[in-house]
Design a protein around this ligand. Structure first.
Ligand code: F6R
Length: 369
């Protein structure tokens, strides 16, 4: 069942190229029209949407954060991302023009179910991005876009995360087309690039040995920090969550720009810091700003582990360890940059002798509020 891997989680990390390929396959027709799996929301309703709210928990919430950057950019519709358990208690402003998008692997997370019900009671249409067929949210949502990651057995979510991100790109591209695509060239290039993603994820997996070695040298760490900016920020948060839940090590993810507003006080000599570095080909200013952040933590003695794009000639100067991922447009980078962080957490937890498939105190789906 584990396909020769030591754990389901290791197997599921290695399933990621096919999870993404299967999620993307055959979804968009030549007009960029998305085929939803179940239910329909009339195009007139979708075309009139003036706000999108993503509701989700945990790793699915971070997938929603990634989706915000992409969907907002492509569609110019404002996107909010909200923890499902906070959503309905703050009396959110919802209407028939608010599209609520629920992200959930299991489709059984009670917090997310309650958020979906609340949205529907207020008249908002709900699209669900779900992995488990026929699950509660899949049945209750107005329309479903299934991720096709296959069963995820390990408690910690990995391949479902990548599949959720891939599905959200499809939704974003579809909404962009529906509303008169303002970036036709960019979106055509993205569709072509999405087809390349499974092979690129495979390449990251094939070159992951140095991450595994690093993890084995870090079993005695007490705290690890993760920095990211823009679309790398949710990746940093996800890297920290994986390390907490699997290796029981204190870990925190920060927006790199927030460092100077407080967290830099945590840096002392030897502190390990992972940095998800933006592409120097993207908004160049972001690359240099994060490089400055790396310099700031290094000046205070931090050890820096940098995830950078191949061909980033500057990154090596600022990294105690540099891990590279293939080049891809900025908005697609999370599909690659999160993989080394997943492997790091898996390997560190395994080196500590922990059960990576069944971390303590956690359940695969949280069916209580
Ligand atoms: C983390 C993890 C959890 C889930 C969260 C939502 O590795 O697995 O944070 O992502 O409980 O679960 P779903 O996606 O089933 O709603």
């Amino acid at each position: 069942q584990k396909g020769g891997f030591a754990s389901f989680m290791d197997k599921e990390i290695h399933d990621q190229p096919s999870a993404v390929a299967d999620t993307l396959r055959g979804r968009l027709d030549e007009r960029g029209k998305l085929k939803l799996d179940e239910g329909i929301i009339a195009e007139t309703v979708l075309g009139a949407v003036d706000k999108i709210i993503v509701v989700a928990c945990g790793t699915a919430f971070y997938a929603g954060m990634v989706a915000k950057y992409a969907i907002e950019h492509w569609t110019r519709i404002p996107v909010e991302v909200e923890l499902a358990h906070e959503f309905r208690y703050r009396d959110p402003v919802l209407s028939v023009r608010t599209l609520v998008v629920a992200f959930s692997q299991s489709g059984e997370t009670m917090d997310t179910i309650m958020a979906v019900r609340h949205a529907q009671q207020q008249g908002a249409p709900v699209v669900a991005i779900i992995n488990v067929q026929g699950s509660t949210i899949a049945r209750e949502a107005d329309a479903v876009l299934y991720t096709r990651a296959g069963p995820e057995i390990a408690v910690a979510s990995t391949k479902a995360f990548l599949a959720q991100i891939a599905a959200s790109y499809l939704l974003g591209i579809y909404l962009a087309e529906l509303r008169g695509n303002k970036f036709p060239d960019e979106i055509a290039a993205l569709l072509a690039e999405l087809n390349e993603m499974p092979a690129k994820i495979q390449l990251v997996l094939d070159t992951s040995e140095p991450v595994r070695e690093l993890a084995h040298s870090m079993v005695n760490e007490r705290t690890v920090l993760f920095l990211g900016r823009h679309i790398g920020y949710p990746v940093a948060l996800e890297g920290a969550l994986k390390l907490k839940e699997l290796a029981y090590i204190h870990a925190e993810g920060f927006a790199a720009g927030e460092l100077k507003h407080g967290p830099i006080a945590l840096i002392e000599p030897g502190q390990p810091v992972f940095i998800v570095l933006p592409s120097p080909r993207g908004k160049e200013v972001l690359h240099s700003k994060v490089i400055s952040n790396i310099q700031e933590v290094r000046a205070r003695g931090a050890r820096t582990f940098v995830i950078a794009e191949e061909g980033d000639t500057e990154a090596a100067h600022y990294a105690d360890h540099l891990f590279t991922v293939p080049q891809t447009p900025t908005l697609l980078m999370p599909l690659l940059t999160v993989v080394p962080l997943q492997i790091f957490a898996l390997e560190l937890a395994s080196a500590k002798g922990f059960d990576v498939d069944q971390p303590r105190n956690l359940a695969k789906s949280v069916t209580v509020e």
